[in-house]
Design a protein around this ligand. Sequence first.
Ligand SMILES: *Cc1c(COP(=O)(O)O)cnc(C)c1O
Length: 412
Amino acid sequence: MKAPVPASDISTRLIHHAYTPPAEFAAPQPGVFKASTVIFPNVAAMRARDWKDKSGYTYGLHGTPTTFLLEERLCELEGGTECVLVPSGLAAIATVGLALLKVGDEVLIPDNAYGPGKDFAVVELARYGITHAFFDALNPDDLAQRITPKTRLVWLEAPGSVTMEFPDLIAQVRICRERGVLTALDNTWGAGLAFAPFDLLGDGSLGVDVSAHALTKYPSGGGDVLMGSVMTRSNALHMKIKLTHMRLGLGVGANDVEAVLRSLPSVELRYAAHDRVARELAHWLQTQPAIAQVLHPAVEGSPGHEHWRALCGAANAGQGAAAGLFSVMIDARYSQAQVDAFCDALRLFKLGYSWGGPISLVVPYHLPSMRSGPTPHLKPGTLVRFAIGLEAAPDLRADLAQALEVMERTPA
Ligand SMILES: *Cc1c(COP(=O)(O)O)cnc(C)c1O
């Protein structure tokens, strides 16, 4: 195994050390390969090697065994065939726009889409001569009417960000497909577990063209990794995305990929646990007099509940699948100061953005600044969003109860 290194200097001998461990090694976790530089055996290999179809390695940015492994496992999760990893969920949204749109094109975005993704279109895509329009996620006719010959891409998101309206995703995708317009879904909430984005009807006949996923959330599961993925079932679309991804230099760190690979085997179990407790708390909050409205797609009466049932209701032995995220509208009789006091009084729920980790989180939102269209389906009040972690339901319920009491005692 050891050929002598032709060098007398100790540094040189350490750098070019000849020992290679035996190749046969198996363990529950895959090895982590870190590289910018990839070493070729000869010039012919350097010239011949192609990285685009995972048949070889050329440069760290183009893929390593570690990134290929996560990409393939994510394809298994979401039902796609090709995937690229990017440094955040927002980078996934940006990559889709930059790869698929050009000057003169228009992109349509639901008015309740992830806010920074809307801002990306409003500010960044606009600088490249790409226009946008927002549509009402709850009204497929509004989407249909806004599609013009300029429309190249339609973003979809189920449910909507913060306000949690569940759209008729099937109708939306049908409309886009009939008009020959590409669809890209922000699949962070569904995570490949609540529904199959590339096979919405279960018979292979209807799906989105692109799925963007903030792996930062459930696939990471730790609140300690930023990563995203862009997945397709089309090699032509994938090649556009992969080449744009490469030209933009959107590499991910091997340690972060390792963290997601470590968390991925438990994603279904964690998703179901977050979901169970979130639903229990959402139903309990519905009984609280201070709460004007509970916004959770699996809760009856929540906007778009019937669409959630149609798409996600069969999962989880008929219980449906719904992630661990929901919002409440705190009744308009409470002032902002009282709502802030409620959020500050929570002890187990921490104030913080994002979700998918073990710690429950709470964020008060100022909704009027987040929507361009009317929201008649929402009761007046102040919106508070909860992301349920992995704590026990009775502990979280007690925390919410004591914070609601603090809110009652706080002067308006
Ligand atoms: C968090 C999130 C993103 C962005 O992910 P980051 O990794 O934080 O950039 C995009 N879409 C949705 C729906 C999200 O929840």
